[in-house]
Design a protein. Sequence first.
Length: 231
Amino acid sequence: MIIALNNKSNLNKEAFLSYQEKLRGLEHTCQVILCPTYLNVNLFNLEGISLGAQNVSTEDPGAFTGEISAKDLKNSGVEYCIVGHSERRTYQRESLEEVHKKVVKLFENDITPILCIGETKEEREQGLVGSILKEEIETAISGLTEEQKARLIIAYEPIWSIGTGIIPTIEQITEVLTFIKSFLPNTTLLYGGSANEKNIDMLKECTLIEGYLLGGLSLKPEELQVFINKA
Ligand code: 13P
């Protein structure tokens, strides 16, 4: 079981340091991956929790103002990196090709990508879930070896569920994860989108979910502990 924590752009330096002290007391037997902001990556100092990042440059170090390369992330102890989060695909207009380049750069630097995929409410209503997710996956993994595909982590995050308090039905999640497993049988699959300590009892009925990518809940250590205990 993987519990990945996406802090998004929350927690300034002081807030992160006190948050980190609370996480130090987290009791868990699962694999916890903390993805803080870039600035907080170098403040990370926890045992028993892995370090992740939320984004990476498509390029090696060089003349790319404002970017952080996979090489530098690796040098800072980053082992996992979220790629293609819907917020970046929407607000930064991150393209399918950029997501692919990032996945490749991460593997080149021995960092495990956590590839986010998901459909909008409109796409679901139009029956486009399968084609949207297939395109997001196929472009991202093009050219990967079987070994890399087995190391890859995919987080299914329906866009209509992120931060809304609405979660899909178990049948909807099962349908999507079964679909992904049909062509990526060895890839680890996470669910993300409004997962919390109240709906975990329902979510865990879906046996295909191998872990969770948590946004809002990542910022609440007490509730997070309850979630982990139940998951
Ligand atoms: P919430 O858990 O806040 O819905 O966010 C999910 C998410 O986007 C994690 O990457």
